[in-house]
Ligand binder design. Structure first.
Ligand SMILES: Nc1ncnc2c1ncn2[C@@H]1O[C@H](COP(=O)(O)OP(=O)(O)OP(=O)(O)O)[C@@H](O)[C@H]1O
Length: 237
């Protein structure tokens, strides 16, 4: 696998010598013991790997939800490994969108209200928030569903709402955790097409964990995580 150095000026995400273990019954279970990864800005990478290989652990570290034992996590100009929890939470609100397998929408809120949630952390007037929400709902084709509740939507529409919520703050980075795992093929293909547009036309850097080889083929490349390291890297033609 080709690895760029941290000095590589195109590197947007850089993991260096990352170590993470979990306490299990009196001992430590190592998941990563020196993981390196470089992702350039504007990449769309799929991450595949067997169950238990550490894909969710990796996403949690990149999202600043979890903290490494040792090693560097650089995303843009941020050093997540050197930030405390409060700083990581602030960083996440401004720089990151996350798309979840089961959408994680709040059932009592409308589509528009769900999408608006990340904007409540920003100093924006309600009018600016509403304009921004309607803009991203148009982008994902859900303008006419703005007042619906999640239970009134199909799985694909719920995931489009999840994507709208992930991009409403205009983050540079989007992390997707099995974004098509709960969808039929047609809805999954629509979501993958949307992610490709976000990457190719809006320049979003996207990391997508998936078990689905069809979904992975949508990305620019696939990284295979196994036994604590990336074994193979394929760049799409
Ligand atoms: N909070 C935790 N406490 C203890 N062990 C954990 C914890 N979270 C994950 N692990 C262990 O760490 C390893 C990596 O788990 P992780 O969930 O990151 O794998 P994964 O590749 O996402 O798996 P899957 O494809 O099944 O979702 C597994 O052995 C798992 O049991």
């Amino acid at each position: 696998m080709t690895q760029a150095t941290p000095q590589d000026e195109t590197a947007f995400i850089s993991l260096q010598n990352l170590e993470k273990s979990y306490p299990t019954g009196g001992s430590q279970l190592p998941v990563f013991s020196g993981l390196d990864l470089t992702i350039p800005k504007g990449d769309f990478a799929a991450i595949m790997g067997p169950s238990g290989s550490g894909k969710s652990t990796l996403l949690n570290l990149l999202a600043g939800i979890d903290h490494p034992d040792r090693g560097e996590i650089r995303i843009g100009r941020a050093r997540l490994d050197q930030m405390g929890e409060a700083a990581r939470t602030r960083w996440r609100a401004h720089h990151l969108g996350i798309v979840f397998q089961f959408y994680n929408l709040l059932p009592m809120l409308t589509v528009a209200e769900n999408v608006e949630l990340p904007l409540l952390l920003k100093p924006l007037s309600s009018r600016m928030r509403r304009e921004r929400v309607m803009m991203v709902l148009e982008l994902v084709g859900l303008t006419s569903h703005a007042r619906h509740r999640p239970s009134q939507l199909s799985g694909g529409q719920q995931q489009r709402t999840g994507i709208a919520r992930a991009i409403v703050s205009d983050p540079e980075l989007i992390l997707c955790d099995e974004p098509t795992g709960d969808l039929d093929r047609k809805s999954a293909d629509d979501i993958l097409a949307m992610l490709r547009v976000l990457n190719a036309e809006l320049g979003k850097t996207i990391l997508m964990v998936t078990h689905d080889p069809v979904a992975a083929a949508s990305a620019r490349r696939t990284l295979h995580l196994d036994k604590g390291s990336f074994l193979e890297e394929r760049r799409a033609a």
